[in-house]
Design a protein around this ligand. Structure first.
Ligand SMILES: [Zn+2]
Length: 144
């Protein structure tokens, strides 16, 4: 096994290992449990190391180089954005009108927010409000 990537971020190590596995390379994150136990000493442990079998090192390095150069980036960030059914605009956000009531219900009665309320969205272009389907992309929870 050879080290192909090194990081102090466990999520990055798992993403790199997952990318390599998706491309057919047997990749492992070594010592993740030990390093995670005492992250203040992560540097002393050598961080999170992504390891691959020696014969696959060169193929893995080429894949990581392509990843660093952005070849795995999504083509357009708005491609799968939620579209308004009325005006087809993408300036859609969670409906803010019921947020106050949701907070009051949770605070006073300790019951979860009705899940249909969480799916309510608002188009800021045409002011249309609707419930998105369960599979729809969640609009970002902050106003842009
Ligand atoms: Zn609209």
């Amino acid at each position: 096994m050879r080290r192909i990537h090194w990081t102090l971020d466990l999520q990055e190590a798992e993403i790199v290992a997952g990318l390599l596995r998706a491309e057919g390379i047997d990749a492992f994150v070594f010592d993740a449990g030990i390093v995670r136990q005492n992250w203040t000493a992560a540097l002393a442990y050598g961080g999170y190391r992504v390891m691959v079998a020696a014969p696959q090192v060169e193929q893995g390095r080429q894949l990581l180089m392509a990843w660093r150069q952005g070849e795995y980036a999504l083509p357009d960030d708005t491609a799968d954005a939620l579209h308004c059914p009325v005006c087809a605009g993408t300036d859609v956000q969670p409906d803010q009108r019921r947020r106050g009531w949701s907070f009051v219900i949770v605070y006073l009665f300790r019951v979860p927010i009705p899940w249909r309320w969480q799916r309510r969205v608002h188009c800021r272009t045409c002011n249309h409000r609707w419930n998105r389907a369960p599979g729809d992309t969640t609009p970002h929870d902050h106003a842009s």
